[in-house]
Design a binder for this molecule. Structure first.
Ligand SMILES: [Zn+2]
Length: 476
């Protein structure tokens, strides 16, 4: 019997991995085994430790990975899968492949740095501490990525094919329509990956077209539920953001924005530029401190056809952020360190977005103890991450094995989200011509998933289940 098994993002928001096994066509041969997404577990230790566990199917017996988008919680375990013996292809849209070329080597670099740090400090149970994979290993696996355009059907075996459709989440992001042929019947399953904001609602500075493709139709729907328990504020974020920056500069402080280097940083830069050009905030220096940011900007500009009207207009007006006066991109460690020596107000945008690693750690370590400074979160903070701790109003946070006092101001602007909220998800589901037989909710904390489950079953009368880790579902 063909089946689907949830190997990640079940009961949590990270580690997306869904296995399709097409065996059971009656011929007795081994079926095709395809992983939809192959993400890294992030956040709480109990989840992160799973990055070190073997998956239930040997990696060498997996035939292909079909990747929805470049975020690490969907793509970050791919180099490890190769390390464990996978030798198939990774299928993704061309922008996703370009973004993975930046994101995956950076992830390898961070893994190596973390292992080096633990070895130096002797803070790991494992001697020596090892990286999950290295920068080089991440780079090596990129050769096996194969581009598939949106809406092109790709046949992987006589019984299995798939197609990418727009998810409107980040550049290149897709949902996967998976098709399984069994005898005379053909089945369709939909994996949403992450779902972008549904149009009609204010998503400030939205770079790529908003919204998932409407009127989907699938027997089984595997859907994300990150914001299954909330509605994003709908007022324009610009006034609030401008106010926060003005007040910080006035008291002689600096603003630190932990941001994903991909999408969120680009979006934020255009917003800051616009606020400066329209004199809503003072012209203070802006530092983009991420080795990936310049490369990510270049990739964004290459695919401007995927942009919203608003984003295209901004690019038309202001050109590439790399050339803006007063905006500096720190590519090297030395450039990054120089930012720490500055004592006048500035804006620092640095990754990682959930403060799980990267250069933002140094900036926060230095600036969190000073009440004049301001930290602004513009993205989701998974439970267990330092970002979630700081956002929740903790008095201290552990960075590089030290308790750092938090006296800086902390704010969170939820409008920047690239995920549809509950209302938007329901609006999208209402475009379906018929109910899926079963909808499985993944990629959400248990509270968010169960509230969304209730909302979908009461408003639409659908059969909805919350996927459990390692649970198997029969297909066909
Ligand atoms: Zn995502």
């Amino acid at each position: 019997m063909a089946y689907l098994q949830f190997l990640g993002a079940a009961g949590t928001v990270t580690g997306s991995k869904h296995l399709i096994n097409t065996s059971g066509d009656g011929t007795g041969r081994r079926g095709l085994q395809v992983l939809i997404d192959c993400g890294l577990f992030q956040g709480q230790k109990e989840w992160r430790l799973r990055n070190w566990n073997d998956i239930p199917v040997p990696a060498r017996e997996i035939d292909a990975v079909v990747l929805t988008h470049a975020h690490l919680d969907h793509s970050g375990w791919i180099p490890r899968l190769f390390k464990e013996g996978f030798h198939g292809k990774v299928y993704a849209t061309p922008p996703t492949i370009d973004l993975c070329g930046v994101v995956l080597p950076d992830s390898g670099h961070l893994q190596e740095e973390e292992a080096r740090f633990h070895n130096r400090k002797g803070t790991s149970k494992h001697i020596p501490a090892l990286p999950l994979y290295t920068l080089e290993e991440a780079q090596e696996c990129l050769r096996f990525f194969e581009p598939v355009e949106f809406n092109e059907t790709r046949q992987l075996s006589p019984e299995f094919s798939f197609r990418f459709v727009h998810a409107g989440h980040i550049l290149g992001s897709s949902m996967v329509e998976a098709f399984l042929r069994q005898g005379a019947s053909r089945h369709k399953y939909l994996f949403t990956g992450d779902i972008g904001r549904v149009p009609l609602k204010q998503a400030p500075g939205k770079v790529v077209h908003a919204g998932p493709a409407p009127q989907e139709d699938a027997e089984i729907l595997v859907m994300e539920s990150t914001y299954g328990n909330r509605v994003h504020p709908s007022q324009d974020v610009r006034a609030e953001l401008a106010g926060l920056i003005q007040r910080t500069v006035r008291r002689g402080g600096s603003v630190v924005i932990p941001a994903f280097a991909v999408e969120r940083t680009q979006k934020f830069l255009f917003l800051i530029k616009e606020l400066m050009e329209t004199n809503q905030i003072p012209h203070v220096p802006v530092f983009v401190d991420s080795p990936m940011a310049i490369k990510a900007v270049e990739i964004y500009l290459k695919y401007s056809s995927e942009f919203t009207e608003e984003a295209r207009e901004l690019i038309g007006r202001y050109g590439s952020p790399v050339k803006w006066r007063g905006f500096s991109f720190a590519a090297t460690q030395e450039e990054s360190k120089k930012i720490n020596e500055l004592h006048f107000p500035c804006i620092i945008v640095s990754s990682s977005g959930m403060v799980t690693g990267g250069r933002v750690l140094h900036h926060l370590m230095l600036r969190l103890p000073d009440p004049r400074n301001q930290v602004i979160f513009i993205g989701f903070q998974a439970p267990g991450t330092r970002g979630a701790t700081i956002k929740a109003g903790a008095r201290t946070v552990r960075i590089f094995s030290q308790e750092v006092e938090i006296r800086a101001q902390v704010a969170a602007l939820e409008q920047f989200s690239d995920h549809a909220d509950t209302e938007e998800l329901l609006r999208w589901l209402k475009t379906f011509p018929r109910k899926p037989a079963t909808t499985y909710l993944v990629h959400g904390e248990s509270g968010a998933a169960s509230l969304l489950q209730q909302a979908i079953s009461s408003e639409l009368g659908w059969n909805v289940r919350i996927a459990e880790w390692l649970e198997k579902v029969s297909l066909g």
